[in-house]
Write a protein that binds this ligand. Structure first.
Ligand SMILES: Cc1cc2nc3c(=O)[nH]c(=O)nc-3n(C[C@H](O)[C@H](O)[C@H](O)COP(=O)(O)OP(=O)(O)OC[C@H]3O[C@@H](n4cnc5c(N)ncnc54)[C@H](O)[C@@H]3O)c2cc1C
Length: 453
């Protein structure tokens, strides 16, 4: 097989490298930063395990299960504890249990009788078939109502994208919702009939997917994949230019030029905008990817004595819709999810600040950030006293927003790939923003590249 250069040692690039290497391809992975894992970053201090980036993997595809098995990590995998099933959403200033089924929505205090009636009417609302790229907010208000958007969807959107439902495209960011409308004419009918089809394919929806991590946090996965690469992983080596050669590519870094049969770009959209791609008949138009919005997010991990928090914090965590007026986007009850996230008798709570909702708050200095989070946690969870553990992380560009119009970026990637042999694109800016999506993207690109060589 021909040699392959992979740009980016986030989970997408590492997964692609792992499978290409197993198929016998010589791979070299270039990473601009000094460590492998991209936004995955776990650290243990004073008995607390802090996740600066993602906290859990949603097992939405058998390809994710296979990677964990193939990497030999089954014995280190930790599923979320059964008590962590409950999710909370803040309603009238306090966390209440988030409904987890259609029946639960009807009995929940989250929504008024008017909205429950809107749910009963939903199967009779005609599907929109004019091809308009609607925002999530337009879609939800059209099929349900404003309250459903403000109380539930806004909170969910903050939890997945740290995004704004008025800007995110339903087709690009939540393709399954649009597919349910297109195929079944209704979200409610689609939920019911779609379940039968998923049984056949083995795919599971986000709501029903098992969630997991590892004994020492998510970092275990990139560390394990990186270890298998040995010297073929080049850290602190940003790729600045790609030049098409006869039937392959020349990769330029500060260390010099190297020739490969194929290149897979697994970086970020904003770094792709800076990459020069020299190919006949002209340079590829990558600058436009700088327009993609990646709002900043800060994660704030706080440890508390169990007796200093009134709420049980048993559950996955709480999401907060904007309408409630709090500054944090949500909090994960990390010590309820997995053992060893906090010493005995302590809680580990991970909160997120910023996103498209309040981008200016994410860059507050760490002490101010902690004050902001504590003020909200005091009201919402009955936190008393000071945290015994503090860890903050700032992501100036966290998660790409699949906003209205995002389709044009995906089309451009398809177009560049089609016109530029042996250059491929994969990862969170193309194939979905979750960790699971990135793993599947890495598996799929490895299969595609292996087939053509
Ligand atoms: C704060 C936060 C919380 C999250 N929480 C969750 C969660 O709980 N569950 C979940 O499923 N998902 C979550 N996500 C999303 C998920 O973590 C990411 O979508 C996924 O990890 C992206 O992986 P990736 O490999 O595509 O990209 P990245 O992790 O961004 O890796 C890309 C790598 O490419 C490198 N690179 C870029 N350009 C170049 C270049 N020119 N040369 C060399 N290297 C380059 C970068 O340095 C980087 O290391 C979260 C994300 C953030 C930021």
């Amino acid at each position: 097989m021909k040699s392959v250069a992979i740009i980016g040692a986030g989970i997408t690039g590492l997964t692609a490298a792992f499978y290409l290497k197993r198929k016998g391809a010589p791979v070299t992975v270039y990473e601009a930063g000094g460590r492998a894992g991209g936004v995955i970053q776990s650290s243990r201090q004073n008995g607390f395990l802090a996740e600066s980036g993602p906290n859990t993997i949603l097992e939405t595809s058998p390809k994710i299960t296979r990677l964990i098995r193939d990497a030999g990590l089954e014995s280190r995998r930790l599923n979320t504890s059964p008590q962590a099933g409950a999710r909370y959403v803040v309603c009238h200033q306090r966390p209440i249990t988030m409904p987890s089924s259609q029946l639960g929505i009807f009995t929940s205090k989250l929504l008024s009788a008017k909205t429950k009636l809107a749910l009963l009417r939903e199967p009779f609302i005609p599907a929109r078939r004019d091809g308009k790229d609607e925002s999530v907010a337009e879609f939800v208000v059209r099929r349900l109502n404003q309250e459903f958007l403000d109380r539930l969807v806004d909170a969910l959107v903050a939890g997945i994208y740290a995004g704004d439902p008025h800007k995110l495209s339903v087709l690009q960011a939540f393709p399954r919702l649009k597919m349910l409308e297109d195929k079944y004419g209704s979200l409610i009918k689609g939920q019911f009939f779609g379940a039968r089809e998923r049984k056949k394919t083995g795919e599971v929806t986000r709501d029903h997917a098992p969630k997991f991590s590892f004994d020492e946090g998510l970092q275990v996965l990139p560390d394990t994949l990186a270890a298998q690469l040995g010297d073929s992983l080049k850290l602190n080596t940003p790729v600045t230019k790609l030049t098409q050669t006869g039937d392959g590519w020349c990769v330029t870094t500060a260390a010099g030029d190297a020739e490969f049969g194929a290149v897979i770009y697994c970086g970020t959209a904003y770094k792709l905008a800076e990459l020069l791609i020299e190919a006949a008949p002209q340079r590829r138009p990558t600058e436009t990817f700088s327009e993609i919005s990646y709002p900043p997010v800060a994660s704030v991990v706080l440890g508390f004595r169990r007796e200093d928090v009134a709420h049980s914090c048993q559950g996955f965590g709480m999401l907060i819709p904007k309408i409630e007026g709090f500054k944090i986007l949500g909090t994960i009850f990390s010590s309820a999810l997995f053992p060893n996230r906090a010493p005995a008798g302590y809680l580990n709570l991970t909160s997120y600040v910023g996103g498209a909702r309040y981008p200016e708050l994410a860059s507050l200095p760490p002490d101010k950030l902690v004050e902001v989070v504590l003020a909200d946690l005091r009201l919402l969870l009955g936190v008393k006293g000071k945290p015994t553990f503090i860890h903050t992380a700032f992501w100036p560009k966290a998660i790409p927003q699949y906003n209205v119009g995002y389709g044009k970026y995906r089309e451009l990637l398809n177009d560049i790939e089609a016109k530029t042999p042996n250059l491929f694109f994969a990862g969170h800016y193309r194939d979905g923003v979750s960790l699971g999506d990135s793993i599947v993207s890495g598996v799929n690109i490895a299969e595609r590249v292996a087939k053509i060589f």
